[in-house]
Design a protein around this ligand. Sequence first.
Ligand SMILES: C[S@@+](CC[C@H](N)C(=O)[O-])C[C@H]1O[C@@H](n2cnc3c(N)ncnc32)[C@H](O)[C@@H]1O
Length: 280
Amino acid sequence: MKNQFICGDALLILKQLPDSSVDMGVTSPPYNKQENKKGWLVENVKYDSATDKKDETLYQKEQIEVLNELYRVIKPGGSFFYNHKIRWEKGVMLHPIQWLSQTQWNIRQEIVWDRMIAANIRGWRFWQVDERIYWLYKPKNNKDLIGEELLSKHALLTSIWRFSPEQKVEHPAPFPLALPVRCIYAILNEKEGTVIDPYCGSGTTCVASKLLGKNFIGIDISQEYLKIAQKRLENYLQEEKVMLEELTKHIVRKTFQERKKEGYWDKRLQKKEVQTKLFE
Ligand SMILES: C[S@@+](CC[C@H](N)C(=O)[O-])C[C@H]1O[C@@H](n2cnc3c(N)ncnc32)[C@H](O)[C@@H]1O
């Protein structure tokens, strides 16, 4: 299955996909924000064909099921990037780790997405401008919990990602194109592969995949959003600039190995010794 948008419930569609058939994925599910929890000056996120107002226990149970189905569908050694955020329900913190730790996935990293701005401006807490991106990993076997190393040019981007929220796309909650570009490029580099997004909305992950020369599978329950996604895909080159700009950030002047070979660390250590002597 390659380069397809599928309209339907994520869990039901995922159940129809074969085991270990997809290389990686990126998604941002509905957050179950109860549709009425924003501060003033803010429009509630309301989806076209789905409710964002579920019983929290049921919501988390469904997310676990979807994540475990994704685990089955992704190839061993593959990765999945899950964007979510910390929420509060009647003053009690709801943290994505609560349900992620109940899935089969190995949680490889928690990345902080610094959005720099957020719509909710009430003062119950310090202004929450961050979201989280969980890098989930499917080990190749029982002994492999760590997986392959990232290339330095990706790893140097740090665990704090700074992207402004997307404002141009006609969808209530899209993520910025640079976000899936970063995830896909860091994992697949120049390799071929298929990328899945089970809640693809306006198709941002699919456009990122196309721009990077990868195949994609995009699932969403809304026909309307998939129409936007299809249109974006037909005109994907119009968004190429964002992808190219992101790729310029994946650079490394000298790798750790190169510095080591040149004795960079030895020189620094020697300097330290001299300094210590000054105070002896
Ligand atoms: C946060 S949005 C994803 C936005 C997407 N990342 C983008 O950039 O446009 C969540 C999406 O999940 C979809 N959705 C909600 N419930 C769903 C379900 N049960 N199965 C599949 N899609 C669902 C909504 O229609 C919405 O487009």
